[in-house]
Design a protein around this ligand. Sequence first.
Ligand SMILES: Cc1cc2nc3c(=O)[nH]c(=O)nc-3n(C[C@H](O)[C@H](O)[C@H](O)COP(=O)(O)OP(=O)(O)OC[C@H]3O[C@@H](n4cnc5c(N)ncnc54)[C@H](O)[C@@H]3O)c2cc1C
Length: 389
Amino acid sequence: MKTNESTIGIGIGIVGAGIGGLVAAIALRRAGHDVIVFEQAKQFARVGADINLTPNAVRALDGLGVGEAARVTAARPSHRISRTYDTGEETSRLEMADSAEERYGAPQLTIHRADLLAALADMFPAERVALGKRAETIVADEKGVSLSFTDGTSARVGALLGADGIHSCVRTAMFGAESPRFTGIVAYRAVVPAERVAGVPNLGAFTKWWGPNPQSQIVTFPLNRGKDVFIFATTPQDTWHLESWTAPGSVDELREQYVAYHPEARALLDACDTVLKTALYERDPMLAWAQGRMALLGDAAHPMLPFMAQGAGMAIEDAVVLARHLEGAAMTDVADALQGYEKARIERASQVQLGSRGNNWLREGGNADWVYGYDAWAVPLGAPVAATA
Ligand SMILES: Cc1cc2nc3c(=O)[nH]c(=O)nc-3n(C[C@H](O)[C@H](O)[C@H](O)COP(=O)(O)OP(=O)(O)OC[C@H]3O[C@@H](n4cnc5c(N)ncnc54)[C@H](O)[C@@H]3O)c2cc1C
């Protein structure tokens, strides 16, 4: 779609059509707002692999009406199991699937990121997603926000949400430039046909092999309704800084990194033909996500290490809670509504961000309810900061 200041109204603009941006777009439109999404990619491509959606995220998607479409290709892990990397000792086991549905109102689902994006994109009018629009300059004033894009076009909106990921330009416009930090950890991602590793136990479960240090782990779970097994392995390595969802890694290197792991974990690595490799970056929790008519959500606000598998879940929760705050809000009230959203969400997301960095959650069991039991459609709305000061 063509964008210029005369064609865009004074509705809500969202920078980024990732999971957070699309969930926010659907929920805000449902709440009665005129929404336009600006996405830098020229088309929705099949990039990425697994997304792990724990019950809190699935319940939020169900409330949006997208859960059924997501279930078409998703797998439904039977358990969440912790094992020690060398002895194979099982240190915790949580029942998921039916038990999670009974306890939390939704199961855990594992799904290809592109399948989830496609299900979300189907629920939002394509003509309100402006593809090929890389936001470059963002200037806010009392009545709205002006954006200019790298293709030379511009737009003006009444309020702007930054759902533009870890390198968010909206975040920079709001709070100044600050680069994400390399964690010294790399991640390998691979997909193996389940029939090739049929002898390995617990293929239907989400299994986390806890390594000799907090940075080392192998996580495996079913993908594509159980036809495939997804492998996500991390290890300390300070020589690889490339952050990419598509860069290939070496299968031999992958196997070398985990020689000390239990044979059942190594059997999965032995079955890989190819692997992708990325460096992991993060940021510290922020003190604020909202400022005037702008706010951040998802990775733009709280990029986190993948150790609690909550990156997508937190983005989805943010988007739902944000839309609930903006429901019925006039543009003149939007700044207060965004303050309320920040107040309602920042503590939880920061806690998960720090918990992910610590990487100890559910290692020896413990209570998953505070994460899985959160209902983004029912949590109390936060009062605007100004109103409570
Ligand atoms: C290509 C890609 C592949 C991924 N694959 C995986 C995966 O396999 N497994 C996994 O666990 N997580 C993956 N993630 C990360 C995961 O999706 C997010 O951590 C999580 O879902 C939070 O989503 P988000 O919407 O906040 O941010 P993101 O998913 O990062 O989405 C941000 C969106 O904003 C767009 N954007 C960024 N800058 C601009 C700009 N200046 N102007 C316009 N648009 C902009 C990006 O193109 C992207 O579509 C991937 C992310 C991306 C971008």
